[in-house]
Design a protein around this ligand. Structure first.
Ligand SMILES: *[C@@H]1O[C@H](CO)[C@@H](O)[C@H](O)[C@H]1NC(C)=O
Length: 322
């Protein structure tokens, strides 16, 4: 080959690899095999979120819970008696119908080509955008996994984890403390059921009193929402006080004022190792958005499966292929 073309080719390969790739995935993966995949997924997400804004945080949470367990391989979508979906840590996951709808649209145009894991990654991005959050390119090319076991969910971050445990859990997935703070900012939208925080309101650590780090105004409001120390019949509080459905840095301002609903969120403002980032994100929504989008790309690359891992393109998102 002509030397000039050889170096041009090498240059192009370097651009392709360095440009938009994250290991096994890359932006534009389906450009020739399913060019409309992004708009098909967006149509589904938009359709459902337009009548129920709470599906946006639900889809973001589902993607996070998928990636944290067995990697981003759509294992969270699988139906069955003891699959991930049935585990305690996945209580209240919603939005499965959005992914099924998107998969049906995509299969209609390009059957057998696009993984459920990629559809979920795109849906999470679209959910953020539709909540007035930032947008970013999602590298694609994940395959779907064949394992989904409830006990694997044991290591998912819990609202009662200490900051040290959370940092360890993120590190075990290749995610940093900065990723932890940035991704926690996803709580700028959404809500939590009383069962995840009512223990803070009445008899925290068997003291007979509320969690002393909780802002006293917020405490009264949360006690009204959750009148008992327990389940409270599915009653829920906004994770970002005063700005439940809006993407902004208010969540970080709330942490600084002691208004976090979840103890694991409040811990981010208390500890010196994370407090300065909380301060930065509280005062600059641009730096929050920038950090969040970078961390989302990293999260969406955790444990990505290839053919060598036994990955497949699932025909139905809720069942492995036969
Ligand atoms: C409690 O929250 C309110 C409203 O968010 C805020 O104005 C106030 O400063 C907070 N109190 C403390 C002690 O941070």
């Amino acid at each position: 080959m002509d030397r000039k073309y050889e170096s041009l080719l090498l240059f192009l390969i370097v651009i392709m690899v360095v440009g938009k790739a994250q290991g096994a995935t890359r932006v534009g993966f389906y450009a020739s095999t399913c060019p409309n995949v992004e708009s098909l997924v967006r149509s589904s997400v938009q359709f459902f979120i337009s009548s129920d804004a709470s599906l946006a945080p639900a889809l973001l949470r589902m993607h996070f819970h998928d990636c944290f367990v067995q990697g981003c391989d759509a294992s969270v979508l699988i139906e069955g008696s003891s699959t991930e979906k049935t585990a305690g840590g996945n209580t209240g996951l919603r939005g499965f119908n959005v992914i099924m709808d998107a998969k049906a649209r995509v299969e209609g145009m390009c059957p057998g080509v696009v993984s459920c894991a990629d559809i979920l990654a795109l849906a999470a991005r679209d959910a953020v955008v539709l909540s007035n959050g930032p947008s970013w390119d999602v590298p694609l090319g994940r395959l779907d996994g064949r394992r989904s076991v409830a006990s694997d969910v044991a290591n998912i971050p819990s609202p009662t984890d200490s900051l040290d445990i959370l940092i360890q859990k993120f590190a075990s997935r290749g995610l940093t403390t900065r990723d932890l703070v940035a991704l926690s900012g996803g709580h700028t939208i959404g809500q939590a059921d009383c069962q995840f925080f009512s223990y803070r309101l009445y008899n925290y650590k068997a003291t007979g009193m509320a969690d002393p780090t909780l802002n006293s105004t917020s405490l009264r409001q949360l006690q009204n929402i959750c009148p008992g120390n327990g389940n409270n019949n599915g009653r829920a509080a906004a994770l970002d006080k005063g700005s439940r459905n809006r993407w902004d840095s208010r969540y970080f301002q709330n942490l600084l004022a002691g208004n976090a609903v979840l103890e694991s969120d409040q811990a981010l403002a208390a500890d010196p190792s994370t407090r300065s980032l909380v301060n930065t994100f509280a005062t600059s929504s641009d730096s929050f958005d920038d950090a969040f989008t970078r961390s989302m790309v990293k999260l969406a690359h955790v444990g990505v499966k290839t053919r060598a891992h036994g990955g497949e393109i699932r025909r139905m998102c809720s069942f492995v292929n036969f």
